[in-house]
Design a protein around this ligand. Structure first.
Ligand code: LLP
Length: 446
C-alpha cells in the first residue's frame, strides 16, 4: 500500500518520461501503456472515446500522503475538482472530510453515507435552498463569505441549535497560476478583508448571533500554486487576526483553514507543490506566530482538490482528422472544450501521447484541437507527436483528473464522457457516458 506521494516513474526501457502519469503507469507492447494494470488501448475499445479513467490507488495514495504529512490536521477533499459516489467513498475510507460548494455536491456525498458533520460548505452566493439542505442534513461547518450571510444563516438555524461557522478572510495575497483562479487578494468576490475593516466587523457580527458558533478563520489563496511561500504568509496574517479576535472579543478560535490550491505538474519538467515542505513550513510558522502572541495553536484544516485527483486521471481521445496547412498540423480529436475547458479558460497546457501504436520515430510539433465550433478549442499547441499521426489514432492525456469532468458542459450537445476506475488490472465504470437520450430527456419540446 502506498503511504507516500507516488514517485515519478521514468521507464528506463525506452527512456520515456512518464513522470506526470499515474505512478502505476507502465509501458506495454505496441506503443500501449497500462494504468492500474489496464491496457489503455483495450480500455478505449471497451468504453469508447473520449473516456476518462481514474487510478483508484493513485487517489488513495495521495489522500494517505496528506494524512501522513499532516497527521494532526483535518484534510478535506475539495469536491469541486471531481466528485462521484465512488470518489466520495475513497476519500472517506482514507480518512478525509469533504469541502462542498453546492447542494448537488452535498447531497451526492450524503447518498454515499458520507457523514455531513465531516463536510464544510463553501460558496460566495449560497442559495436559500443550499443553506436549508446544509442545516437539515447537519453539515459540520459553513464558511461565511460575506457580512450579508450572517443574519441569513442565523435565521435558518432552529431554536436551541448552534451552527458552527468559519469566516472567510481575504488575506491580500496574490497566488495561483492564472488571474481567474487567484482568490486571496482583496477587492474580489471572495471573503472579507481585514485592511478595510470588513473582516473585523464580520467577526463582531457573528459573535452577536447566539445560534452561530464561530470556530475559526478560513482563506483560500488561489489554485495551481507551486510555492509554499504564500501559505506561510497567509498563516502569519490569519494568526494576526486570531490574536486580534482574542484581544478585542476575548475569544480563542480553535480552527485555521488554509484552503487548497496545491499545484500539480501537467507536463514533464513542471513542478508540483511540495506537500511535505508545506507541512513543515506552514506548521513551523503557525507554531512560532502563535508563540509570539501567546495564542494556543489552532487545528489546521487543508482543502486540496487538484492535488488529490488531478494526477490520478487520464483522458483518452480518438483522432478524427489531421489537417496540414503550410505552417501547421492540426490534429482534431473527438473531445475538446466541452470535456476540458481549461486550455480556453486558463491557457492550460497538456502533454498528450500516442497510445497503442508505435509511430514514426520523428516527432513534430502539432496543434491538438477539439471538435467544437470555435477556433479557440485547442487542447495543446505545439505538442510533440510522431509525424505519421493519422485518423483512428488514440491519444492519452495525463493529469486529467481535476476540473475537467467536473467542468464539462453540454456544448454542441456532444454529451459528457464516462469515468472509469482502474485498479489491480480491472476497469469498472463509475459514471456512464451522457447519451442522446439523456440530452433529449430534459428538453420538453414545443
Ligand atoms: N477550497 C476552496 C474554498 C476553493 O475555492 C477551492 C478551489 C479549493 C479549496 C480547492 O482548490 P485546489 O486544491 O483544487 O486547487 N477550475 C480551476 C480551479 C478552480 C479552483 C476553485 N476553487 C482550474 O481548472 O484550474
Amino acid at each position: 500500500m502506498t503511504t507516500t506521494l507516488p514517485h515519478p516513474v521514468t521507464d528506463a526501457r525506452d527512456g520515456e518520461d512518464l513522470s506526470v502519469w499515474p505512478a502505476s503507469t507502465r509501458v506495454a507492447p505496441h506503443g500501449d501503456l497500462t494504468v492500474g494494470g489496464v491496457s489503455l488501448a483495450e480500455l478505449a475499445e471497451r468504453f469508447g472515446t473520449p473516456v476518462y479513467l481514474l487510478d483508484e490507488d493513485e487517489v488513495r495514495g495521495r489522500c494517505r500522503a496528506y494524512r501522513q504529512a499532516f497527521p494532526d490536521a483535518e484534510i478535506l477533499y475539495a469536491a469541486k475538482a471531481f466528485l462521484c459516489r465512488a470518489m466520495a467513498h475513497w476519500v472517506r475510507e482514507e480518512g478525509l472530510g469533504l469541502d462542498v460548494c453546492s447542494r448537488g455536491e452535498l447531497e451526492l456525498a450524503v447518498t454515499t453515507g458520507f457523514p455531513p458533520e465531516q463536510m464544510v460548505l463553501h460558496g460566495n452566493a449560497k442559495s436559500p435552498d443550499e443553506l436549508d439542505a446544509a442545516l437539515r442534513l447537519g453539515v459540520g461547518r459553513i464558511v461565511i463569505d460575506s457580512t450579508a450571510e450572517i443574519a441569513r444563516i442565523a435565521a435558518l438555524v432552529p431554536q436551541g441549535a448552534r451552527q458552527k461557522v468559519l469566516l472567510r478572510i481575504a488575506p491580500g495575497i496574490a497566488a495561483g497560476a492564472h488571474p481567474a483562479i487567484r482568490t486571496g487578494t482583496v477587492d474580489q468576490k471572495f471573503g472579507l478583508a481585514s485592511t478595510d475593516g470588513s473582516a473585523q466587523h464580520a467577526v463582531a457580527r457573528v459573535l452577536e448571533q447566539p445560534r452561530l458558533e464561530l470556530v475559526g478563520l478560513h482563506c483560500h489563496l488561489g489554485s495551481q500554486i507551486t510555492s509554499v511561500k504564500p501559505y506561510v504568509q497567509a498563516v502569519r496574517r490569519l494568526v494576526g487576526m486570531l490574536s486580534w479576535a482574542r484581544q478585542v472579543h476575548g475569544v480563542t478560535l480553535p480552527e485555521l483553514d488554509l484552503g487548497g490550491g496545491h499545484g500539480i505538474a501537467y507536463r514533464p519538467g513542471e513542478t508540483a507543490l511540495d506537500i511535505r515542505a508545506l507541512a513543515v513550513r506552514a506548521q513551523a510558522e503557525l507554531h512560532s506566530a502563535c508563540t509570539t502572541v501567546d495564542l494556543p495553536v489552532p487545528r489546521l484544516t487543508l482543502e486540496p482538490g487538484r492535488a488529490v485527483v488531478g494526477p490520478a486521471g487520464v483522458v483518452l481521445y480518438r483522432v478524427l482528422s489531421v489537417k496540414r496547412t503550410g505552417r501547421h498540423t492540426f490534429v482534431a480529436i473527438d473531445g475538446g472544450m466541452s470535456d476540458n475547458p481549461r486550455p480556453a479558460l486558463y491557457g492550460a497546457q497538456y502533454a498528450p501521447r500516442l497510445i497503442g501504436r508505435v509511430g514514426s520515430a520523428e516527432l513534430q510539433p502539432v496543434n491538438i484541437v477539439g471538435r467544437h465550433c470555435e477556433a479557440g478549442d485547442v487542447l495543446a499547441s505545439g505538442a510533440l507527436l510522431p509525424s505519421d499521426i493519422r485518423p483512428g489514432d488514440l491519444l492519452g492525456v495525463p493529469a486529467a483528473g481535476a476540473y475537467q469532468v467536473s467542468m464539462a458542459s453540454g456544448y454542441n450537445l456532444v454529451g459528457r464522457p464516462p469515468v472509469v476506475a482502474v485498479t489491480g488490472g480491472t476497469a469498472r465504470l463509475l459514471v456512464r457516458r451522457e447519451s442522446l437520450a439523456d440530452l433529449h430527456h430534459r428538453d420538453i419540446g414545443l
